[in-house]
Design a protein around this ligand. Structure first.
Ligand SMILES: Cc1cc2nc3c(=O)[nH]c(=O)nc-3n(C[C@H](O)[C@H](O)[C@H](O)COP(=O)(O)O)c2cc1C
Length: 401
């Protein structure tokens, strides 16, 4: 898929720069040519020699290097590639991009390019969560800069949280999705997935058995058709796919906020198993037995209805809003009523009685309910269901003719 493509790879000054050496290898294995650019800070982490040796090409470093300008000027360098990738994208590089700075070779190339840009952020969790970085992220998204990662996990600095650079193969998947000529190129799809956790107290929560497998497969299939996918996921047991923008949340209310923040989108696919109710009187400290034998009384409050909220947006409603209905009886009848009640376009209904093995399993048997009626699909692996749905979504959006 990447054969004959040229990637301009900008390596910023973060610990994760070592992963970019592997990224160069992975891209070349797939037939891509890599033009590497190393920032001044990047040179502190990997050497120009290693970068050039792995890329098999000169490593560009300085804006005012007359030899470079004689060989290939910075404007030409910014245009000669099919795609610009920044990995690791440091907080500083992202701030420069958001602010339109052009004070070194990397930032000047990013300002001068007429190509799409994919960034793989990597930084300490506090730097990622800092308001300034969050502001810059919002600006970059508005400028149609694509993101892959960051992932959540242990960091080189010893802290834990979001900010770890996506793995090289995840970045490759993101690049492939952007370089492909899939029918969903240029489209933005938001997918919700997994369960939500509704706290009872700081250590206990109410959850459900959703693994996130179907939503994850769907996000992957949409990505493979070229869509830019924002993947809003609860605490799922299946890892999120690479090459999509992952937003991790816990509660239904956080999920709704994340979906709204991700808009505008061409389609929103609500595959998450969202808790209908939360505990209204959740305790701020761990609840304890008091020896009386009396169980605590939990009061419930209804959660916001994400599917209905997005379906009934007065302004900026996505062209296609799809819900999933997990039912245990009268599947089609309940799902048909649900579609009408929520005003969504389609409902993907499935029978989640334990005997079906669907919830948490690898297969799914769905019925696609739209205004034209109910269409029963055979029992298939979740990946195949996802590919079928992604193709239908592309067709519904009129993508690719
Ligand atoms: C040991 C060390 C590790 C660093 N790791 C990161 C990092 O992972 N992400 C980041 O945004 N900045 C990191 N920094 C800070 C950047 O190197 C610094 O902001 C630099 O100016 C970024 O330059 P750039 O814009 O060329 O990437 C690190 C600094 C040091 C000394």
């Amino acid at each position: 898929m990447l054969s004959g493509k040229r990637i301009l790879l900008i390596i910023g000054g973060g610990i994760a720069a070592y992963k970019s050496l592997d990224l160069i290898r992975r891209l070349r294995e797939r037939g891509a040519a890599v033009t590497p650019v190393l920032t001044r800070a990047g040179e502190e982490f990997v050497t120009p020699l290693s970068v050039a040796a792995l890329a098999g090409e000169k490593c560009y470093r300085h804006l005012f290097d007359l030899t470079d300008e004689a060989e290939m000027g910075h404007i030409e360098l910014s245009r000669a590639a099919d795609l610009v990738v920044v990995a690791p994208a440091t907080a500083d590089l992202m701030a420069k991009m958001a602010g339109g700075h052009a004070d070194d070779l990397a930032s000047t190339l990013l300002m001068a390019t007429d190509k799409k840009v994919l960034i793989a952020p990597a930084m300490n969790v506090r730097m990622w969560l800092h308001r300034a970085t969050q502001r810059n992220i919002a600006m970059l998204r508005a400028d149609d800069i694509r993101f892959v990662g960051p992932n959540e996990g242990d960091m080189a600095c010893g802290e834990y949280g979001p900010g770890r650079m996506a793995e090289p193969l995840e970045i490759v998947a993101g690049i492939e999705a952007m370089m492909g000529d899939g029918p969903l190129q240029g489209r933005h799809v938001v997918v919700t997935s997994g369960p939500t956790h509704e706290p009872i107290d700081p250590v206990r929560y109410i959850a459900n058995r959703s693994s996130g497998a179907q939503g994850t497969a769907l996000a992957r299939a949409l990505r493979d058709l070229g869509a830019r996918v924002t993947f809003v996921t609860g605490p799922a047991s299946v890892p999120p796919p690479g090459g999509v923008e992952v937003v991790q949340i816990e509660t239904a209310r956080q999920m709704l906020d994340a979906v709204k923040t991700a808009l505008p989108a061409d389609a929103v696919i609500c595959a998450a198993a969202v808790a209908d109710w939360r505990v209204a009187n959740a305790s701020g400290s761990k609840m304890k037995k008091d020896g009386s034998g009396k169980a605590p009384a939990l009061d419930f409050a209804e959660n916001p209805d994400i599917l209905a909220t997005i379906s009934q947006m007065k302004k900026g409603r996505p062209a296609l809003v799809v819900g999933f209905a997990a039912e245990t009886d009268d599947v089609v009848a309940h799902a048909t009523t649900k579609r009408e009640r929520k005003h969504c376009d389609w409902i993907v209904a499935n029978d989640v009685r334990p005997a079906t093995g669907i919830m948490g399993g690898t297969e799914n048997a769905v019925t696609l309910i739209s205004e034209t009626g109910a269409e029963e699909w055979p029992r298939l692996p979740k990946d195949e269901v996802a590919r079928g749905l992604a193709a239908r979504i592309a067709a519904a959006l009129g993508a690719g003719g």
